[in-house]
Design a protein around this ligand. Sequence first.
Ligand code: IMP
Ligand code: MG
Length: 316
Amino acid sequence: MNIRPLEAKAPAPTTVDDARFAHESEEEFARILDFYGVRWQYEPRTFPLRQDDDGRIIEAFSPDFYLPDFDLYLELTTLKQGLVTDKHRKMRRLVELYPDIQIKLLYKRDYLSLLAKYGIGAVNEHEHMAVREVLISATEIEHRLKELGAQIAEDYAGKELLLIGVLKGVACFMADLMRHISLPVSIDFMTISSYEGDRSGAVRIVQDLTETIHGRDVLIVEDIIDTGMTLQHLMKQLWLREPASLRVCTLLDKRARRLVETKLDYVGFEIADEFVVGYGLDYQQRFRNLPFIATVRSEALQNSSNQTPGSRKIES
Ligand code: IMP
Ligand code: MG
């Protein structure tokens, strides 16, 4: 049987305002995708499933959503048994006829866990409730890291680079960034601590490098530059070890709060003066595992100890 998907007659809707959703749950899901900055198309294609002897299509299937960044179709469903059985049958037929497409059947209760599985949404219900606004989506981070990695590779062409990550906030950024730098690269980490009450502003090295940096091209990789105090102290200490060069790459730059100016050679995103979490950044060690950068509801920031957002903490 010669069977091909039908191209949509008009471009598929990609915003809640443009789409005419068949069910409320579809609109709700579209809003969740928007919330996490995930691009979507509503029912962009119809896949013929059966033709009669004259070649007329007698059965077809139009999956509810397509996520272009993941090349994934999604079909939402309720738990009504009759519907589910029919959808399963159609999906089996779809996969037989069009083996190259990826499609998932999604129950309402699975929304969040599916999004999490694809690194799109929050990790669990609790975290989802705590997030106020997603400032930088997982896809935006990924695109920006490609650009940063390419820029770094170009600037250091012909050299060997030592990336120094400042724990713990840099975990996600370091892991992803280094995979976009097409150079011979070594990595090392250090842990430093700083205390709000410490007037000297001293930054203490809690865990030092294992690599020698003398004569090497070193790039400090940071999660966020806020006041700039931590970075300034770190730079001072590292310069004493006489690297060939020492530059800075930070994922986030909270420029508005800067107290000490230090030149930032590579900046992922400049952000406003708001406390952010996710993609390595924490509030009291939580939220590091969110795949995006977000602000958190104030209720979620209140539940323990004397620490306030923006205060300096051990092991940034
Ligand atoms: P700075 O010395 O003020 O620049 O402090 C930088 C460190 O403070 C970062 O490495 C973070 O650990 C922490 N920090 C500053 N702003 C934020 C934020 O918005 N979210 C999470 N951690 C932050
Ligand atoms: Mg921190």
